[in-house]
Write a protein that binds this ligand. Structure first.
Ligand code: PXL
Length: 290
């Protein structure tokens, strides 16, 4: 038996060729954290739907035949992370995938990708949003932004909900069955807050200074760090802090590059910060000889 067994995460998300979101964000981030990322595409897009024009190939009919082969290979995952879903039928497909590819120890991360800044994404339907609510029951970690938390709980959108309102939203999210919810991107004056809500009743704020512009794909970067850290055994609060710091630095770098906001976060030059050193002791003996 190897002394450290490498873990793997199934990432159920779209593949958008340009715009830095979904799988093109999750694969490098999860890999940098030392974990094997196994993508299951929900849709193939030329670029994400935040641009005025895009090619969209719905992958619903091909998902089951694709992962049936994974079952034949006997695959099991340490985490299953689901993000952007391209059709309502994919809710049943993700549920089936969770049933077939998880065991007691598998961590389920559900990012209910539906919208941002008070607006729903172009391909989302009311029906898909209502069905996503049912999917949230499976989550060990649910990561809605404020827009998504409001849609899921049928709360009128407000970018800077007060403490009473955010607690009411948190209570409702937990009542759908998830174990932990992290409500991301809550405006708090000149700070931005992430609110960790646990089914145990614990509530924790993780706030950072609001330093740069709002950008596409931020939620995907955040959830990918959380998924990787959860598998690496990091406590959720530490992981939320690490994800928020990573996002803040990537926003600063993107603004410095004068990157259009829809082109996402320029996170690639910072990936080294996410590299874990667990395997250092496994270097060849010769590497340590002087
Ligand atoms: O980052 C969220 C996201 C994911 N996938 C697709 C999107 C968006 C947001 O616009 O369009 C295809």
């Amino acid at each position: 038996m190897p002394s450290i067994k490498q873990k793997k995460i199934a990432a159920i998300n779209d593949f958008s060729g340009f715009g830095r979101c979904s799988l093109t964000v999750s694969i490098p981030i999860i890999s940098a954290a030392g974990i094997q990322c196994c993508p299951l595409p929900t849709a193939i897009l030329s670029n994400h739907t935040g641009y005025s024009d895009y090619y969209f190939d719905d992958y619903t009919d091909r998902m089951k035949p694709y992962y049936n082969k994974w079952e034949k290979l006997g695959l099991r995952f340490d985490a299953i992370y689901s993000g952007f879903l391209g059709s309502e039928r994919q809710i049943g497909i993700v549920t089936d995938f969770i049933e077939r590819f998880s065991d007691r120890d598998t961590i389920i991360i559900i990012d209910p990708v539906m919208g941002d800044n008070g607006r729903m994404y172009a391909t989302l339907t009311g029906e898909l949003c209502r069905s996503l609510k049912k999917l949230t029951a499976h989550a060990d970690i649910l990561t809605p932004n404020v827009t998504e938390a409001c849609i899921l709980t049928e709360t009128p959108y407000i970018a800077d909900p007060d403490e009473e309102m955010i607690n009411a939203i948190a209570d409702k999210l937990l009542s759908f069955g998830c174990k932990n919810a992290v409500i991301t991107g809550i405006m708090k004056g000149d700070s931005i807050g992430n609110y960790i809500c646990r089914s145990s009743g614990e509530r924790i704020w993780v706030t950072s200074p609001l330093l740069g512009s709002s950008r596409a794909g931020t939620g995907d970067v955040f959830a990918s760090v959380l998924a990787a850290d959860a598998v690496n055994g990091m406590p959720l609060e530490d992981s939320v802090r690490r994800a928020a710091d990573f996002v803040s630095r990537a926003i600063l770098l993107s603004d410095d590059q004068e990157l259009p906001s829809q082109d996402g976060l320029c996170f690639e030059p910072l990936l080294g910060e996410l590299v874990t050193n667990k395997y250092r002791t496994l270097q060849h003996d010769g590497d340590n000889q002087h």
